[in-house]
Design a protein around this ligand. Structure first.
Ligand code: 6CS
Length: 283
């Protein structure tokens, strides 16, 4: 009787495992099915051209949403609906279910890779600083800002540049959180900050549109890494992320990926030369 009991126990465990696996499998697939039924994916963006942009008529563009829109279409999700968010609020918003995915140039870094599930790389860029013409304080690095005890630097809240400045030793009170590019530009022009830091392509876009001869771009910021973003999904949505990656790989292989992102100034080769695993384990 005892032997029979043990066999029944083993069978029960096996059956539970099989059911759990199949349930988990169906639970994973349900997110994509849910988005298909919903007819759109809710994406978080920052409205920081050329990564992401919202026109006056509400039209969403930018390299990240354009890639996402194309991939979701191929997955049977007809459109994307974007919400503007501060970088520091994107991951909490994703985890709280306010967005289905972050497609905003949210750079892959170990601490973020621990909190979400990223796709393979999409947009890569170095860091830049916008300063007054002539770079009067001679900034080349975030450490230079730290050494100048009177200097202040603007950066997005919860963003990479804020973290880089703090890590380089700029005291909290000299790192000014700036909500968006236009505000950062104005604060620099008004002399309320001595530098404004964003990725190179974002700063270049601001300068091109500002048409102000009294501005200068310091790029790349010495000592700052080149970062790449990926689409960021909620933990538990690995199957959706995997399906996204299959379509992203096809786009990269066919040359369509380059056609989408390179007109914005991004390099397809840069994104294809690295991987999520490498970026998430970078020191
Ligand atoms: O991932 C980030 O934190 C940074 N990414 C972009 C595209 N702009 C600024 C932000 O800090």
């Amino acid at each position: 009787m005892k032997k029979l009991g043990i066999l029944a126990g083993v069978a029960g465990v096996a059956l539970t495992a099989i059911l759990a696996a199949s349930t988990a499998g169906s639970a994973d697939d349900s997110k994509l099915e849910e988005l298909k039924a919903q007819g759109f994916a809710r994406v978080a963006i920052a409205n920081e051209p050329p990564y992401t942009a919202v026109a006056a008529d509400g039209k969403v563009s930018g390299a990240a949403p354009d890639v996402a829109r194309e991939i979701f279409k191929r997955l049977g999700v007809n459109d994307i609906v974007a919400s503007i968010s501060e970088y520091g609020a994107m991951i909490p918003g994703l985890q709280a279910g306010r967005f289905d995915v972050v497609t905003a140039g949210l750079f892959m870094k170990p601490e973020r890779c621990a909190a979400v599930v990223y796709s393979e790389p999409v947009l890569c860029d170095a860091e830049a600083m916008l300063v007054k013409k002539g770079n009067p304080k001679g900034f080349k690095s975030y450490e230079d800002v730290a050494k100048d005890t009177s200097a202040t630097i603007g950066a997005p809240g919860g963003g990479t540049e804020e973290k880089l400045a703090l890590t380089a030793g700029v005291p909290r009170e000299r790192v000014i959180v700036v909500p968006d590019g236009q505000s950062g530009l104005k604060m620099l022009q008004d002399g309320r900050i001595d530098a404004y830091s964003l990725p190179v392509l974002s700063i270049n876009d601001l300068v091109k549109k500002a048409n102000d001869p009294n501005l200068e771009v310091v790029a790349p910021v010495v000592g700052a890494p080149v970062y790449c973003d990926g689409a960021a999904f909620k933990k538990g949505d690995e199957a959706l992320r995997d399906a996204y990656d299959v379509e992203l790989a096809k786009l990269k292989q066919s040359g369509e990926f380059a056609k989408i992102i390179e007109p914005y100034g991004f390099s397809a080769a840069a994104a294809m030369s690295t991987t999520r695993d490498k970026l998430c384990s970078a020191k």
